[in-house]
Design a binder for this molecule. Structure first.
Ligand SMILES: C[S@@+](CC[C@H](N)C(=O)[O-])C[C@H]1O[C@@H](n2cnc3c(N)ncnc32)[C@H](O)[C@@H]1O
Length: 367
């Protein structure tokens, strides 16, 4: 196995040829067997076949994992229980059953909309593993709400429900555009920071759009990715070649290394507090600065952080948090408001005519 390589082919076959115990961290996000359309994989096989295949690739990953290695698996509701049972059968230790709760889940009409994915965090050994808690801390409600001076200045660890990573939607700058299941880079950064050290080898046996490899490379780890699709592999190599670290500075915020800027913006998202409430809160700002300094490996003061956040405050770089702007009611009497209301009515009429008749409850008052 050559580090910093994207391999094209079947991961079970490729992993079978590698040295045992050569990888520090595995992150696997296999097809979920839900009929999703991929370039070179039919995601709709009989359940028993899918479970047998899951066992085969999990076994292959366990073989190449070091005795002190960590193994994360993302999976949907349909086979989460099977993966947990397979993990036990393979002698893995479950450290967390993480729920990634995301915004922008697909809408549903006949049941509750699904808005989560399971992420199993296993280790090979119950006691020996890497867990860099100092790189994961962020200000808790004790800092942000109560400004409690007794709260730990280093911040607190995330819970096992992760809701600070929105899905990568089609309109996001981060979207690579060639793969429908692209995971957020910030989520993979959390996993890579937690369970590996610089120079370690991070394997993704279903590399897809390349997110794990990108996170590993940006954090100074060595990546190895595998995918059956040569098309995806080609795109992933191009994505790796165009990492922000390789580009010229272009936008507001570029005064900092792009990685540190991304870390700060993610930390801001983790605080869940609007900028206008965060900036004057000295207790929380100190935690943000301390946590950023740990993650970036460079000392940043609360003042540095405040100046940088202020400089991007009115740009699209600053993540939008729920309810972080004061509510401004739309005035339906103004021209702009009237145009908006007419457009909504047109869209709703089109939808109801598809269903064979107007639904009066959907119509706005006449404008
Ligand atoms: C859910 S996607 C992974 C998405 C990825 N986590 C990301 O962030 O882009 C699953 C990937 O597994 C690949 N795949 C399916 N069967 C495979 C196999 N036997 N060996 C290697 N890759 C496979 C598919 O081509 C697909 O790109």
């Amino acid at each position: 196995m050559n580090p910093d390589t994207i391999y094209c082919g079947d991961s079970v076959k490729i992993l079978g040829k590698w040295e045992p115990g050569s990888v520090h961290l595995v992150f696997a996000d296999p097809p979920f067997n839900i009929g999703y359309v991929y370039d070179r994989y039919a995601d709709d096989v009989p359940d028993a076949e899918y479970v047998a295949w899951s066992r085969a690739w999990m076994e292959a990953c366990c073989r190449v994992l070091r005795p002190d290695g960590s193994f994360y698996i993302a999976i949907g509701d349909e086979f989460a229980a099977d993966i947990r049972v397979l993990g036990r059968a393979l002698g893995l230790h479950l450290r967390n059953w993480i729920i990634w709760h995301y915004a922008f889940g697909q809408n549903a009409r006949t049941k509750f909309a699904r808005s989560h994915t399971h992420i199993f965090y296993f280790t090979k050994d119950a006691k020996r593993f890497t867990f860099n808690d100092h790189l994961l801390r962020f200000p808790s409600a004790r800092h942000t709400e109560y400004q409690d001076l007794r709260a730990d200045r280093k911040g607190r660890l995330p819970d096992d429900v992760w809701d600070e990573f929105p899905r990568v939607c089609g309109t996001f700058r981060e979207r690579a555009g060639f793969h429908g299941c692209q995971m957020p880079e910030a989520l993979l950064m959390r996993i890579v920071m937690a369970s590996s050290n610089p120079g370690d080898i991070v394997l993704d046996p279903f590399v897809g759009s390349g997110t794990t490899a990108v996170a590993a490379a940006r954090l100074g780890r060595r990546y190895v990715g595998i995918d059956v699709s040569s098309e995806y592999c080609r795109h992933v190599r191009a994505r790796l070649a165009s990492l922000p670290e390789h580009r010229e500075p272009q936008a507001a915020g570029d005064a900092w290394p792009p990685l540190h800027m991304d870390m700060l913006l993610q930390l801001y998202r983790e605080t869940k507090v609007s900028l206008s409430n965060l900036l004057p809160n000295k207790v929380a700002m100190q935690v943000v600065a301390a946590s950023l300094s740990q993650r970036a490996g460079r000392a940043y003061s609360a003042g540095d952080v405040a100046r940088m956040l202020e400089s991007v405050a009115s740009t699209p770089l600053l993540p939008k948090l729920p309810n972080d702007r004061p509510f401004v009611a739309r005035n339906h009497e103004t021209n702009e408001g009237k145009r908006y209301a007419r457009r909504i009515q047109r869209v709703r009429r089109r939808r109801t005519s598809h269903r064979g008749g107007e639904d009066p409850a959907l119509l706005l008052p006449a404008v």
